[in-house]
Design a protein around this ligand. Sequence first.
Ligand code: SAM
Length: 329
Amino acid sequence: MPSPLIDNHHRCIDYLRLSVTDRCNLRCVYCMPQDGMPKLSHDEIMTYEEIVRLVGLVTRMGISKIRITGGEPLVRKGVLYLCQKISEFQNVNSLSITTNGLLLADFAKGLLAAGIKRVNVSLDTLKPEKYALITRRDSFQRVWHGLETALDLGFEPVKLNVVVMKGWNDEEIEDLARLTYSYPFHVRFIEFMPFNSVDQPSRFLSSDDILRRLAKVAPLVPVEVNNGNGPARHYSFPGAVGKIGIISPISHHFCPTCNRLRVTADGKLRTCLFSHEETDLRVLLRQQDTDEDIITAIRSAINQKPEKHALESEVFRKCISRPMVAIGG
Ligand code: SAM
C-alpha cells in the first residue's frame, strides 16, 4: 500500500470523485438550464484509456476511494467497462457511483458485475408531479424502480441524496426521512449550494433547520456508519431500518476534514469544489508526459488545496466557473 497522501493542512487525501461525462438526461431546475448547457466535444472528454491511466497514478499516490459521477455517468457509452477496469486496481478499496437513477434498473446487474456495490441516487421528492417540475422530466417511477432494483440485488448502501430547497421540496423532509422506517436507505439531506445566478439564496434551508424538523418526527439517535468518512453526520430514528445523513457544505463546512479531489470529464483536477483553480491533466496525458511528471503536477495541486472554501462570500459566488453538472457532484 502507498503511504498516506497528506496535504499542507494535515488532511489525508484518499478520495477521488471522477466525472466521466458532462451530459445528463435530466434538466434539474437548480443545476441546468432547460435547454441544457454547451456540451464538451468528443475530443475534449477524457478517453477511457486516459482515465484508467490517471486512476492508476492516483492510486499509487494514496487514493483508495473512487466515486464515478457526472453529468449522469450512466449515459456515457461503455461506462461498465470503465468501472470494471477501475475496480481491478488493487489499491481501490471503495468504488461507488452517483446517479440520478433513471437508468439504474437497466444497469444494476452490470454495475454489480463490474465491482460497484455502493450507489447514491439523487431524488429530491416523492411526488411524481413535483419530480417532473424539479427535473423537467416525467420519470419518477423509473427512478423508484431503479431504487427497488438496487435494494433487491443487494447494493449496500443505497443512499438517497436529497437537496433541500425552500418552496420546492422542504415540505417533504419528514416524509423522505420516514422512508427509513420501511427501507434500509441512507436518506441524506444536503444543503442547497448557490452555484449561479438562477439559484435564489431564499431557497436555502440550513441543516440546523432540517434537523429541528426531523426531531419532531422522532428522536434522532446519532449513529456510526461503515466507511463513514464523508461529510455527513448520521442519525437514525428508533426502530428504523435505514439511516439519515445531514450534509452541510454551507452552514458547517467540512473543509478541515476534506479528503477529496475531483476530476472533471475534460480532465481538469480540482482540489476544492468551490475553487476555480484547475490543473489540466488531460493536456499532460496527451502530450506524452511521463507518469512522474503527472504525479508531480497532481502533488503540486494538492499542495495548494485551499484550507477552506469561501462560498459565503458574495464576490466569490459570482466567480464560480462551473455548475455542479460540469464539475461532477
Ligand atoms: N447525475 C448524477 C446525479 O444526479 O446524482 C450525478 C451528478 S449530480 C450534479 C450530483 C449531485 O449534485 C446531485 O445529487 C445533485 O442534486 C447535486 N447538486 C447539483 N446542484 C446542486 C446545488 N446547487 N446544491 C446542492 N447540490 C447540488
